[in-house]
Each structure stands twice: as C-alpha cells, then as structure tokens.
Design a protein around this ligand. Structure first.
Ligand SMILES: [Fe+2]
Length: 196
C-alpha cells in the first residue's frame, strides 16, 4: 500500500503575495489596502485606547454610566470609533466579587480597536475551548488564581457584539490623575485574564 502523498503548500508569505498580485492585477489595489491595515493594526488599534477608556471611567462616573448604557457611543465620544460591523460594545465591570473574562469560541473576535489585535493565545483552540468550560483552571494556569468566592463570568464574543472588561481600580492609585491611571491598565486586564 502506498503511503498517502501530501502536496507541499507554499509559505504563508508566498500565498499572501500571490493573492495580492491577483487582486492588484484586477485593479483592486490590495497591496495598499494591506499596508493600511498593517499600519492601523500596529499604530492605531492599540490596548492603550482601551486603557484610556478605563481610566476615564474610573475618574468620571457620568462617563462610566454612558459607557455601560451605550459602549459604542461612549468610546466614539473619546475619539475611538469602532468599525461598523462591531454593532455593540458591552463593557463588563469587575468588582471584588465578580470577575469577567472574554473569548471568542469560534475564532478571534474582540473589540480590537480598543484592546488591540488579539494575542496568539486568544486565538488558540486550547484557550477558546477550555475557558468556557473550566475558566477558573485556565485563569490559574495563566497566573490568575481567584478564590472560589469570586464569581466568574465568561463572555463569548460574536461578530456584532464585542466586549471589554473594565478592571477594578487598584487601591494604591487613589488620588492619581487620569493620565497616570492610563499607564496601569494592561491589555490582559482588558481581556480579563489578569487583575490589576
Ligand atoms: Fe471570532
């Protein structure tokens, strides 16, 4: 019996180049589109945007109320509009007794304009499949050991509903300015795999 024959596939770079060439040849200017997307992903869609939103919510109760009421409108007001297909932004508040964590069980969806391009582990099947079944264990493995008394809520993102965690403000930051507070907010705390 012959062993199965697997055809070699081109590298990801070669495949991307081939698709770009075909699209460019048809006048769709894919190379420019890809460059623009790359720039946005590296320079504009950064976790610092989410950190700014969190810091504002910590110091401005009226803004925080608007953020819970209509997330998209509140972040747009801060200069962080979201793509049209992100139709809802739901902001999840962590407290002493409740901890929220987000995922996308299907693929990699997240509020990427606020949180940044999702890290590799967020897209990994291991995280996507296990966080919904054994969140406490997965979080512990990631370095966040929560007592049983803290209720865990796992939120599965969809194409049109995006989530962002509002971490608890660390007690040692009492009296800090909004600008100073931005610096303590991490990407992982916006996803909910760490607390501050
Ligand atoms: Fe997804």
């Amino acid at each position: 019996m012959q062993t199965p024959h697997f055809q070699r596939t081109a590298s990801i770079e070669d495949r991307v180049r081939a698709v770009q060439e075909v699209l460019d040849a048809r006048g769709l200017d894919a190379s420019r589109g890809a460059a623009e997307l790359d720039h946005a992903a590296q320079e504009e869609w950064v976790p610092r945007n989410g950190a700014r939103v969190v810091a504002r919510a910590w110091v401005d109760p009226a803004f925080k109320a608007r953020l819970f009421d209509n997330g998209i409108a509140a972040v747009t007001e801060m200069g962080f509009p979201m793509p049209k297909h992100h139709r809802h932004l739901v902001v999840l508040e962590n407290t002493e007794h409740v901890h929220n964590v987000i995922c996308c069980t299907l693929c990699s969806c997240t509020a990427l304009t606020l949180i940044g391009i999702p890290p590799d582990w967020y897209k990994n099947l291991e995280y996507r499949s296990r966080i919904v079944r054994e969140a406490r264990t997965v979080l512990r493995e990631m370095g966040l050991d929560l007592p049983e008394s803290v209720e865990l809520r796992v939120w599965d993102t969809t194409a049109d509903t995006r989530y962002m965690v509002l971490p608890q403000r660390p007690p040692h930051t009492a009296g800090w300015s909004e600008e100073q507070l931005v610096d303590v907010v991490t990407r992982d705390s916006l996803i909910g795999v760490s607390r501050l």
